[in-house]
Design a protein around this ligand. Structure first.
Ligand code: FO1
Length: 321
């Protein structure tokens, strides 16, 4: 009997990429698939930019900027400085090394390759052998409704997130194209793999990073019906988000900033939930809505932390580690 394990991870940017890295150390290349949010993608300066795909790729390739969590380590900013000096748009920082990724991706897409194909080719070039699969080859764009002059306006995601530093008050989140964008065929194949052992929802922002994946036609229904364990790891530690604007966004959406809220949000699709040991006081409340609840050290600072959480996650569902 083979003791190969098969795991599918659903992942956003920085937080999710850390667990994906841990999983990639614990599992073989043919045991793990990582499906990544593309709702944050946009075209900027004529280039197709896929922030979460690149964050996962650079993290697994060992060349991510560990201070920001996105972009490349050891970057230089000659392009950005020159663009700025020309009066160009400099609100979205594109380092010189990172720029090469966007140029090459844009060229390949223009030549007719799909995003999945391009992502596989470019991640392989950087030495990543685990499949990184965009959630769709089509366009599903996250847009946000924010307060403006007593009314509201719709902003493209990066405009809100980076240009306006999440300052406008958020009213609602929309995924434009969610009715027509098709899940990537490799995503569907992984979900329907008869030997799939586990689906992991990485500790990414549930509303901005995981929800676009769940919004694709059919995905929520498959997760609701699957016999495969679906385990979410809470992105909240000690009542706050590790990084990014999750706290502000949750407050503006009228949600309480704790793991119970996240568990509640995922309750129809998960059979297991892992929260940080600092939030153990919430475990009983979560057990009321999700059958299996685990407590772990979910703050991933070192590589060992990432590997340990990956092991805990596999162990939680009884997979050999
Ligand atoms: N985030 C920022 O806050 N400022 C930036 O200038 C910025 C540039 C950037 C360039 C490439 C890339 O892949 C990501 C970049 N990010 C930047 C991060 C990114 O836009 C967001 O963190 C994600 O979209 C949210 O997951």
């Amino acid at each position: 009997m083979s003791n190969k394990r098969k795991v599918l991870a659903l992942c956003g940017g920085v937080g999710g990429a850390k667990l994906a890295l841990g999983l990639s150390h614990v599992l073989g290349d043919d045991e793990l698939s990582i499906v990544v949010n593309t709702g944050d993608d946009f075209t900027h300066l004529g280039l197709r930019i896929c922030p979460d795909i690149d964050t996962v790729t650079y993290t697994l390739a060992g060349c991510v900027n560990t201070e920001t969590g996105w972009g490349r380590a050891g970057e230089t900013g000659e392009f950005m400085a020159s663009l700025s000096a020309l009066g160009g748009e400099d609100w979205f920082y594109l380092g010189d090394k990172d720029l090469a990724m966007h140029v090459e991706r844009t060229q390949r897409l223009a030549a007719g390759e799909g995003l999945g194909e391009v992502t596989q080719a470019l991640s392989r070039q950087l030495g990543v052998s685990v499949p990184i699969i965009p959630m769709t080859d089509d366009t599903l764009a996250t847009k946000v409704e924010v307060e403006s002059d007593g009314g509201s306006i719709i902003l493209p995601f990066q405009d809100y997130f980076v240009r306006q530093r999440c300052e406008p008050k958020l009213k609602s989140i929309h995924f434009v194209g969610q009715e027509t964008a098709q899940p990537h065929p490799k995503f569907l194949a992984s979900l329907q793999d008869p030997v799939l052992d586990l689906i992991v929802i990485c500790p990414s922002n549930p509303f901005l990073s995981i929800d676009p994946i769940l919004a694709l036609p059919g995905i929520r229904g498959i997760l609701q019906k699957t016999a495969v364990p679906v385990v979410a790891i809470s992105p909240i530690i000690g009542g706050s988000a590790v990084k990014g604007p999750t706290a502000k966004i949750m407050a503006e959406l009228g949600l309480k900033m704790n793991s119970i809220t996240v568990a509640d949000y995922y309750q129809d699709i998960v059979s297991g939930f892992i929260l940080d040991r600092r939030d153990v006081g919430e475990a009983d409340a979560i057990r009321q809505i999700i059958p299996r609840v685990g407590v772990a050290q979910t703050l991933m600072q070192s590589l060992q932390d990432k590997i340990d959480l990956a092991r805990e996650t596999l162990d939680f569902v009884g997979l050999d580690v």
